[in-house]
Design a protein around this ligand. Sequence first.
Ligand code: ATM
Length: 286
Amino acid sequence: MLLFPFPPLERGADQSVRFLTTSLLSSALFPIRWRRRSIFGSDCAKPREMKGLFITFEGTEGSGKSTQIQLLAERLRAAGRIVRVLREPGGTPIGEEVRHILKHSEQSHAMTAEAELLLMNASRAQLVREVIRPALAAGDLVLCDRFYDSTIAYQGYGRQLDLNVLRTIIEFAVGATRPSLTFLLLVPIEVSEARRRARQPEMSNDVPPGETKPEGHTPPVIREPWRDRIEEAGRDFFQRVEDGYGAIALAEPRRVLAIDSTQPVEAVAAAIWRRVEPLLEQTKTG
Ligand code: ATM
């Protein structure tokens, strides 16, 4: 197996390494603009005033994020913890409307990369203040399907916007609220494409599996087609997104755990649990 400076990768010993070799190689060859530089200078931040735990899930479409979030939430709830499952863009009434504009509105094809960046972060700013901070302050566990790493990967690497501008905007949106832990689920582009194609082709209510509605809070359910504007981008775009994720994982190996998500669902869930379980002791229960 080729060895490149890549973060620890959780995977079963009997799994194929082919796609990883490919993605590692592409990461190694790609002129990484983010190499060894964490997003905000601190790897694995946990603001002192926060009692809860903030965990994010990242990866391309079809990488199994929704399934793993659901499994982890069930396990944490079974352990008696209060869990908030959120997603980006979205997660608040305002954020869900922004999500619709970003992904499916009739006008969305005219959207510029700059407007996309700002809308992603408008949704984020709302989610952080309306839901994430209060939940963490109450000692809850917050699982979020995507967070600012998606902006780095999609708008920074995919759309090739200036990374320094992104950093400033993200920092304005999130303030001191940073994930303590991020799971980066890796699948080869071909697998991601195939899984996307295999999804229900018609309409869905666009609510990921699991509970996305915090108590006392009901985001509107907007019916949307599965395929969205961003998913229509070409393979080059998604290759750059993957490179971006590789660079993030390289830069923040303590916060970001890259997992081979072509493994069986249970193996991925076990790798996630191994990392989460020890952290539970450190969080207060309410
Ligand atoms: P999903 O919730 O289905 O992952 O869709 C969210 C899309 O928004 C996803 N698109 N694809 N393919 C990734 C994209 N996205 C960004 O481009 N930037 C961001 O900051 C976030 C949070 C998501």
